[in-house]
Design a protein around this ligand. Structure first.
Ligand SMILES: [Zn+2]
Length: 192
């Protein structure tokens, strides 16, 4: 039997996520490209387009996961986990995630696209060009910087290594200029 027919049989000719019977297609779970029973599911166009585009994800549509997250089929579990993770800010998806049970290796695979990793509470520090700064990065000053509490000036072009991020303010980082640990405004630096 072709994958197409086997999937339709497994799914009962319905979207395995929301149960719709319209505009069904085979969706293969990213980053896998080859269709297979293990990594593909039958899904409707509404579900697929929202899976593929976070911008148009409608939280209410995904209430359907309340049922389909219990599917015994791994590709359905993986998509359910990813969509719930994407929407976890809404509250109810987090509750469902807490109840969800997945084998370790299925969970590993579900996490492999990074969905749900970005913590909405987390501050993102960016340099003058919008490049994301991380703990331990090196930056260079693009302006002269007065060092707080001293008469010293750090010249434009000074490299600051091993920066730390301010956990309360995304506009500040800390780094050592000479022997002094000082606060630096992120828009005055460029990542090296
Ligand atoms: Zn659907």
């Amino acid at each position: 039997m072709s994958i197409d027919r086997e999937l339709k049989k497994r799914a009962g000719d319905k979207c395995e996520l929301c149960g719709s019977v319209d505009h069904l297609e085979i969706h293969t779970v990213a980053p896998i490209k080859d269709e297979s029973l293990d990594k593909s599911l039958l899904a409707c166009k509404t579900c697929v387009s929202q899976i593929e585009d976070p911008e148009i994800t409608d939280p209410n549509h995904w209430r359907c996961l309340n049922d389909s997250m219990w599917s015994e089929h791994q590709p359905v579990q993986v998509i359910a986990w990813r969509m719930l993770s994407r929407l976890r800010k809404e509250g109810w998806p987090q509750d469902l995630l807490d109840m969800m049970y997945m084998e370790d290796e299925v969970l590993e695979f579900a996490k492999s696209t990074g969905e749900g990793e970005a913590d909405p509470e987390k501050l993102i520090h960016r340099d003058v060009n919008g490049v994301i700064l991380e703990h331990g990065d090196s930056v260079v000053l693009i302006k002269d910087l007065k060092i707080k509490g001293s008469s010293q000036i750090a010249k434009q072009g000074t490299a600051v290594r091993n920066i730390r991020l301010d956990h309360e303010n995304e506009n500040y980082i800390e780094g050592k200029v000479g022997p002094t640990l000082t606060v630096i405004i992120t828009e005055y630096v460029k990542k090296l």
